[in-house]
Design a protein around this ligand. Structure first.
Ligand code: BTN
Length: 256
């Protein structure tokens, strides 16, 4: 590994870097309620996140000074809550696209928004929205991306990876990745307005295990299923026992 600098100090004014924070999502949420208005596309980044939050109430543990833990603010114009899945699409594709520029391996989006290199998770996304009436006023897109971590706790080590473990001669600065993701998110948040179907189609093309038979826990039993696609409302379409099911996150567990 050559010339890997974790963070530089001269970041744009709307990227705020902290030595230590409990959760970047929580900090950005607090900032939103106190400072009005915040700069568009503000990013809160922590070198050491001590109480990171994951999906479904899980914790997100990240080795200090090793990985990317940051929250990106998007303030969509008139995004109806019924279309909130588009934020998941935008966020997943933004991370996917940036990784694809320097990682030659297969990258997938595991529904709804885990980023996988081959069959291991390299990044997780936690989206928290601030709603006003029927609209999403602000969206906090929290991204945890494993970059330089070499070892993971035993219970997740077989299904988790980092860029360092996957890419030879990795040479990057975390702050550069943050800037690139910020820019991509900004671009997509404009682009999706006229092109949401196109982006969903793209998301579906990158879908982990799409059109392949794998094992899942479904309705309390192990079953063979084939993921077909994800719909606009964020439901997963999966064929199990020759029957099509549309399920939400609680409806299924992926087995290896
Ligand atoms: C997941 O469970 O896969 C989602 C993990 C999201 C973690 C990120 S790290 C930055 C941001 N701040 C948090 O507290 N969580 C998200």
């Amino acid at each position: 590994m050559q010339n890997n600098t974790f963070f530089e100090d001269s970041s744009p004014s709307n990227i705020i870097v902290f030595e230590e924070l409990a959760s970047t999502n929580d900090y950005l949420k607090e900032l939103l309620s106190k400072v009005k208005p915040l700069e568009p596309n503000t990013v809160i980044m922590a070198k050491n996140q001590t109480a990171g939050k994951g999906q479904r109430g899980n914790v997100w543990k990240s080795e200090p000074y090793t990985n990317l833990t940051a929250s990106f603010l998007l303030s969509p114009e008139k995004l109806d809550i019924s279309n909130q899945f588009s934020l998941t699409v935008i966020a997943s594709l933004a991370v996917y696209d940036i990784l694809k520029t320097f990682c030659g391996k297969n990258i997938f989006i595991k529904w709804p928004n885990d980023i996988m290199i081959e069959n291991k998770k390299v990044a997780g996304i936690l989206i928290e929205n601030k709603i006003s009436g029927n609209f999403i006023k602000h969206s906090i897109i929290g991204i945890g991306l494993n970059i330089f971590q070499k070892q993971f706790p035993a219970d997740i080590s077989s299904k988790t990876t980092s860029l360092l473990l996957e890419i030879e001669n990795l040479n990057l600065e975390i702050i550069d990745l943050v800037k690139k993701i910020q820019k991509k998110l900004e671009e997509y948040s404009v682009f999706y307005k006229e092109n949401s179907d196109l982006l969903l189609a793209r998301y579906n093309r990158k879908l982990f295990r799409k059109d392949k038979v794998h094992s899942y826990i479904f309705e309390g039993n192990t079953a063979e299923g084939m993921i077909l696609r994800v719909e606009k409302d964020g439901l997963l379409q999966i064929e199990i026992n020759k029957k099509l099911h549309k399920i939400n996150l609680k409806g299924i567990t992926y087995l290896v």
